[in-house]
Design a protein around this ligand. Structure first.
Ligand SMILES: [Zn+2]
Length: 238
């Protein structure tokens, strides 16, 4: 008798405990789930316009952008790449792409061999601070071919984009003796790039975070000005 009674009471306590634990788990899960989007969106996002004149294959370009984003993510920031040469994009994106060169709308243009020839000093890339990054895709391809490593092209392209964007965002004299802002990339730097260890220093990451936060705020203002115009055009069919 005691045993069943005790057993019954024990079961009740056990059930109550399980219910409380289950309820607490559900509440905690919902709480975490409700926080997740806010956490995911809390890092400043910078829109960078991309003009792929070299017709870099989409797979290579996307991989390169992912690599550049990974390097810049260390600063707690993220990049939204806006492909300005694609055919279908929204009216507001088109207005951003047609807005002309601007420090508030950093841009990356990727050139092929013919277009690169006019820039005699162009190695892998250079930056017109604080507005525009120019990349020679063909010289990156030559390097990947010389290393007999076709897969190297997307990684190297991503690192070069991150380096040149580093110049736009960190300002002049932003070369450093170590990390991704080294001025000369030889065999060792390319090896580190392929290993994913050619990165921004903590000091550079701090500065990048601040600068990207400032630019992201300015870009929100620009987009807010554009949005009413494009929505009016859409509603009137113009
Ligand atoms: Zn440089």
């Amino acid at each position: 008798m005691i045993e069943p009674s005790g057993s019954s009471r024990q079961n009740q306590v056990s059930f109550s405990t399980r219910f409380v634990c289950y309820f607490a788990l559900v509440v905690l899960t919902c709480f975490v789930a409700s926080l997740e989007p806010a956490c995911a969106d809390s890092s400043p996002a910078l829109t960078v316009r991309v003009y792929n004149y070299a017709r870099t294959p989409q797979g290579i370009l996307v991989s390169a952008e992912r690599e550049a984003n990974r390097l810049l993510n260390n600063s707690g920031s993220r990049i939204i790449w806006l492909d300005c040469l694609q055919i279908a994009f929204s009216p507001s994106d088109k207005m951003l792409c047609d807005s002309g060169w601007s420090a508030d709308l950093p841009s990356v243009r990727i050139l092929s061999a013919g277009a690169s020839r006019q820039f005699q000093d162009l190695d892998y890339g250079f930056a017109a601070i604080p507005v525009l990054v120019t990349i020679s895709y063909d010289r990156i391809l030559v390097r990947a071919a010389r290393d007999d490593s076709p897969a190297e092209a997307s990684t190297l392209l991503g690192c070069v984009i991150a380096h040149e964007l580093g110049h736009l965002l960190l300002g002049r004299d932003s070369h450093a003796p170590a990390g991704i802002m080294q001025p000369i990339w030889g065999r060792e730097q390319v090896r580190q790039a392929n290993m994913g260890s050619l990165q921004f220093t903590p000091q550079q990451s701090d500065l990048l975070h601040k600068k990207i936060g400032l630019l992201a705020t300015r870009q929100e203002v620009i987009v807010a000005k554009i949005s009413p115009i494009t929505s009016t055009k859409a509603s009137t069919g113009l």
